[in-house]
Design a protein around this ligand. Structure first.
Ligand code: FAD
Length: 419
């Protein structure tokens, strides 16, 4: 598992190479009454893709992405990683919006929503999802799309780990020239307020091609800093104009925004987020990012336990995400202005409690600024109530769907919708 905190011992690990194997594994698990974990990229933050004593159906041998350049679609097998989807789509000048660390699994990311640097231009990953093939709890291979099993398709887009084992995903692709303008710039923490003001202005006045994030961060053993990242997928001259104010702010401690291949940008976080560290996070959607909240973030950044690295990250939301009606998918939180998370990483097990406590306290102070919904893929606690993630009405609709497709709750290692 990616998260070093998720240390479990399944009785059996099955590595299918084909959907028929998935059906056979699931039938066996049901006959033997085994707890079932389903694994793609293994990046579940609470470790939901493994278990003690049960069976892990690990799709890591079902990888590969086929692109149809004429139809502008991609079909990704259920165990694929983001890097494969990015590389295959870019090989013909196309793209599907996905997350920012290329070793994350396509399945887990997509079934929860899928945030990333192209989200203001092209929406969440689920907003580009055309169809899913999945093995259901009763061992059938079914397809869900807008035309086939459309209610299931609604639930798969945001609560998808609850309804079956996805063996393939079909995505719509969009053109993307290979080069984007991208970078992260670090500034002294004392300038966090001014930097946040520039970030807000960039979000409010910038085009959908521009995605930005603002953060305050304490590196292990170092002084906390303020940071801003930007990713512009429009023409280079337009990017230069749209990023001029952020670029001019300073002098920075380090960093700049530069033209680089999209695929290079997609790998830049891979090492910092490598496998095996201990990790905890909490996130929220925000209606605003006032100075008061920036000040709170600065205070908490100074309290990150010694030996850990952690801080807040705030992403520009809106654009194409807000263009999709809230009811169109199970995902909840489209009307937010920002997404904010407190994230912390460490290696020493003796720090487990203090690091978790840090993140919890950090996000408790954020709650007065929260808007509706919660991103299911960021929920670190296995027992978060689904109503807080999806709201009451959608949670009810999901329960009805769960009763129809998985009445025995075979798929319960997820943020569980109980039948
Ligand atoms: C380093 C890192 C970076 C991240 N960056 C982003 C980001 O930029 N944007 C973003 O939106 N999210 C991001 N996330 C969150 C990420 O989307 C979730 O952790 C996601 O669940 C990981 O998917 P996975 O396939 O790697 O995980 P897994 O641990 O394999 O699975 C996660 C969940 O999905 C279920 N599942 C897995 N495969 C299948 C399948 N084929 N069918 C049905 N259910 C399945 C599992 O049972 C489990 O409940 C990041 C997480 C990490 C750890």
């Amino acid at each position: 598992m990616w998260n070093g905190l998720a240390d479990r011992y399944p009785a059996l690990v099955v590595r299918p190479t084909h959907a028929d194997d998935v059906v056979a594994a699931l039938r066996f698990a049901r006959e033997e009454d085994l707890l079932v974990a389903v694994r793609c990229g293994g990046h579940s933050i609470p470790g939901l893709s493994t278990c003690d004593d049960g069976i892990v159906i690990d799709l890591s041998r079902m990888r590969g992405v086929d692109v149809d350049p004429g139809a502008r679609t991609a079909r990704a097998s259920g165990g694929s990683l983001l890097a494969e989807l990015d590389e295959q789509a870019q090989s013909v000048g196309l793209v599907c919006p996905v997350g920012v660390v290329s070793h994350t699994g396509v399945a887990g990311l997509t079934l929860g929503g899928g945030m990333g640097r192209l989200q203001r231009k092209h929406g969440l990953t689920i907003d580009n999802l055309l169809a899913v093939e999945l093995v259901t709890a009763d061992g059938r291979l079914v397809r869900a799309s807008e035309d086939e099993n459309s209610e299931l398709f609604w639930g798969l887009r945001g609560a998808g780990a609850n309804f079956g084992i996805a063996t393939s995903f079909t995505f719509r692709l969009s053109p993307l020239e290979g080069v984007v303008t991208h970078g992260t710039v670090l500034h002294p923490l004392e300038r966090a307020r001014e930097l946040a003001a520039l970030f807000r202005e960039a979000v409010e006045t910038g085009p959908d091609e521009l995605w930005t994030s603002f953060g305050v961060f304490a590196p292990a053993g170092g002084e906390p800093i303020a940071t801003v990242s930007a990713h512009h997928c429009g023409p280079l001259e337009q990017a230069e104009r749209d990023l001029a104010a952020l670029q001019a702010f300073g002098p920075p401690i380090e960093g700049s925004f530069e033209a680089k291949p999209y695929l290079e940008a997609q790998h830049l976080n891979d090492e910092a987020m490598e496998w095996g560290h201990r990790f905890y996070m909490k996130s929220a959607f925000l209606h605003s990012l006032p100075d008061e909240l920036v000040d709170l973030a600065v205070e908490h950044a100074a309290r990150v336990p010694r030996g850990a690295e952690g801080g807040y990250s705030t992403w520009a939301w809106g654009g194409a995400i807000a263009g999709v009606p809230e009811d169109a998918t199970a995902f909840t939180g489209r009307d937010a202005s920002f997404w904010m998370a407190a994230e912390i990483q460490w290696d020493d097990p003796a720090l487990d409690d203090s690091c978790r406590d840090w993140a919890r306290a950090a996000m408790t102070d954020v709650s007065p600024f929260e808007s509706a919904g919660r991103y299911v893929n960021d929920v670190s606690e296995a027992d978060e109530r689904v109503t807080s993630i999806y709201g009451d009405a959608k949670a009810e609709r999901l329960v009805a769907l769960k009763r129809q497709w998985d009445p025995d709750n075979v798929f319960r290692l997820n943020q569980n919708v109980r039948p």
